[in-house]
Every structure is written in C-alpha cells, then in structure tokens.
Design a protein around this ligand. Structure first.
Ligand code: PHE
Length: 352
C-alpha cells in the first residue's frame, strides 16, 4: 500500500475510533486514543517516518496531508477531552446528589486531619526520639538561601524557568523549590552542633498525574563531631520501619545534589506489593522517597562552620508521596481537592 493510500485509510480509521470513544468518553479511553495516534510511537509518527523514505516532488504534498491529519486528530482529541470532562462532572452530579430539603444534621461530623498532616506528625514524633528540634523557614525566598549558599552553580539546570517559580527578578526572589533553604537559615543562626528537622511547602512548575505545583517536604540536618553516613543510614532505615512496618526495607543509591557529597537517593520497598512489582512502583518493587547525603564542605564554608572539625548529614523527603503510600492513596490529585468524603476515610495514622 502506498503512503497516500495508508493515509486515506487511517483517516477513516480515526473517525471510526472517535465514534467508538464518544460512546464511552472516559478520560482513560481518550488518553489511550491519544497515545495510539499522537504518542511517540503512535500512528502519526510512523507516517512521518515513512515520509522520510519518499523522494521527489511527492514529499511536500504528502507531508502537508500528514500535517492536516495531525491537526484534525489534535482537534478531535481536544473536543473528546472536554466531552470526557463534562461526562465526569455529570456522573458526579448524579452520583452525589444533595438533598437540599434535608434538615441540618445534629450529629455534625467533626472533620479530620489531612493525610499529609497525619504523616508529618508521625515523622516529627519519631525524629524527636532522636533529639531533633523543629524549624521552619520562609516559602518566599532569596536565591541565596534556595540555591547560592547551597552550592548550586549559577547555570545549574534546576534554576531554570521550568522548575523554579521566579517571583521578582531584580531582588532574586523565588518560591522555594525545596526545604533545603532552611538548612542555611538554621546554620547561619546557630553554631554547631545542630540537629533539626524542618517541614514545609515547596513549589515547582510541574503539574500532571503525579506532580503538583505545590507539595510538601521534610528536611533534616545533623551536624556534630564524627557524624558519618552510617548514622544517616541507620536512622533513616529505623524511622521508615517505624512508620511503614518492620518488613519494609530501604536501599541507598548514589546520586547528586550540589549541597551534599557523597549524595544518595533512598528507595523503600513498595508498600503496596512489598517488592513484587506493581503499577505504583512501575514493576520495580521500589519507590524513591528522599534525597540525602553528607553536607558539602562548601555549604559549611557558606555558613561559617569549621568543616575540619565537624561533619554532618542532611536529607529531604517528599511527604505527599509518603502519605499516599501510608494510606494507600493512588491518585495525587485527591490530596488537594478537599473532598470531604475522601478526608473522612483517614481519621488517624494507621497502626503498624
Ligand atoms: N533538596 C533535595 C530535593 O528537593 C533533597 C535533599 C535534601 C537532598 C537534603 C540531599 C540533602 O530534591
């Protein structure tokens, strides 16, 4: 079959598939359609691949036809997406009908804490047993605390627009991208030894099924004489076990952060499949939960700590992820919608 013939046939195929999806316009089905046609290995891509092999005068003509098909696929998908959204809203409206004629209930529900609040409280409790105090720091931050003092080179990619929300260029103000800014505030204000954790909101320009532009981290720092990576490793492992169960293993993988050396990322055994491999852990059996490492000598220099006399470790973990794992929540968006029925599912931290 020539490329033109394929094109013709696929135009028809697409229309048939659209008609099919319209009968059942669920977001997932629409997404599958998108991947099938516009995905990296989708049908439109294969057409462009074949176009490369076409020589001579035909090429621009057929190329334009493929462009047209792509545009029409894009438009149809946009339309299907909004139909699917409407469909979801309608379903919710019928499913959760409110009877406005009911009298005000006397046994008023007391409400409950957010899963992130519950897990944060749990972590604070554990870390207090190791003598950590609790710090907070500003969410609107100077470049110096968020990046510069943490040994980020000026051209480091995470300073890029894609990650960082810049607030005011001239004053170099950003929404903090991590809670590590608190490391600098705390160490500048206190001589060593120091031992604290610092929970807080952080912001990155990212929004999809597994990322929210605002999320929560818990930072931790311990600086003293003779602190080693082994202390960090032992403590993190013990705390993860205390929160998630004693059969939950952790593993440390070498990684890079400008403010630690050596640096590592910590994975814990997937709490949903216990290492067997499932959708949540992408079949690997492990889930990444934090970054950590030994505080970089340059950071010590920036906060006037004597890096000959003192060593220390630092770590920063994502609390939203941890809350989802602890409570078995599989959709990040639920965490931020404020749905009362959702929140009533998690009155307390589950016993381990
Ligand atoms: N700040 C890092 C991040 O947000 C995590 C981290 C904290 C890594 C402390 C090492 C030490 O990804």
């Amino acid at each position: 079959m020539s490329l033109l013939e394929t094109l013709k046939q696929w135009e028809g195929d697409f229309q048939t598939e659209v008609a099919q999806v319209q009968k059942n316009p669920e977001a997932e089905v629409v997404e599958q359609l998108r991947v099938r046609w516009l995905g990296r290995k989708g049908k439109v891509s294969t057409l462009y691949e074949q176009l490369k092999e076409l020589g001579g005068e035909e090429r621009p003509k057929v190329g334009k036809k493929i462009n047209d098909l792509r545009t029409s696929v894009e438009t149809s998908l946009e339309r299907l997406k909004s139909i699917s959204l409407q469909h979801a809203i309608d379903a919710k409206l019928t499913d959760r009908k409110l009877d406005t004629s009911l009298p005000v209930s006397r046994n008023f529900m007391g409400g409950s804490l957010h899963p992130v609040t519950l897990i944060r409280t749990q972590f604070l409790k554990e870390f207090r047993r190791y003598g950590f105090s609790v710090w907070e720091g500003p969410e609107l931050e100077f470049d110096f605390y968020n990046f510069g003092a943490l040994n980020f080179p000026d051209d480091h990619p995470s300073r890029d627009m894609q990650d960082t929300f810049f607030v005011a260029d001239r004053q170099k103000l950003v929404l903090r991208t991590h809670t590590s800014n608190i490391q600098i505030h705390a160490m500048l204000q206190n001589p060593p030894p120091i031992r604290f954790i610092a929970p807080g909101r952080v912001y990155r320009c990212d929004n999809d099924l597994t990322h929210s532009p605002m999320f929560h981290q818990l930072e931790g720092v311990l600086v003293d004489r003779g602190v080693s990576f082994a202390h960090l490793k032992g403590m993190i492992d013990a705390i993860v076990k205390a929160l998630f169960g004693h059969d939950v293993k952790t593993r440390f993988r070498p990684s890079f952060f400008p403010f630690v050396e050596p640096g590592a990322e910590v994975d814990m055994l997937c709490t949903l499949c216990r290492g067997k491999g499932c959708r949540v852990c992408s079949q690997t059996g492990w889930l990444e939960i934090m970054g950590c490492g030994m505080v970089h000598p340059n950071v010590f220099e920036n906060v006037n700590y004597d890096s000959e006399a003192y060593t220390g470790f630092a770590f920063g973990m994502g609390l939203d992820r941890m809350a989802m794992l602890a409570f078995g929540i599989d959709d990040l968006r639920l965490m931020f919608e404020g749905d009362e029925q959702f929140h009533n599912c998690f009155p307390v931290y589950p016993a381990r």
